[in-house]
Design a protein. Structure first.
Length: 89
């Protein structure tokens, strides 16, 4: 699929409480979070949309109490990751 360019009306964003310099980054993250938590895109696609590494994106979601759907296979992998991490601590 080709890249998608989304044009948003400036007047709709004029009153947003987001500094103009951070607008694109913040909107990308919020769109990625919404699509991910609704199950529309998977974790890796959401990370690419948000322009964040996986751990950074998960932390960002957690700070905002945004649900992170997890499937059975994801759960098994996360459990393995946690077990390995606990061995290193």
């Amino acid at each position: 699929m080709n890249d998608l360019v989304l044009t948003l009306p400036g007047d709709a964003l004029a009153t947003a409480r987001i500094p103009p310099a951070e607008m694109e980054r913040e909107l990308r993250r919020r769109l990625a979070a919404a699509l991910f938590s609704d199950g529309i895109v998977g974790g890796s696609a959401a990370c690419r949309l948000a322009a964040m590494e996986k751990a950074e994106f998960q932390h960002w979601l957690g700070e905002r109490k945004i649900p992170q759907p997890i499937g059975v296979s994801d759960y098994a992998q996360e459990r393995e990751n946690l077990t390995a991490w606990l061995k290193d601590v």
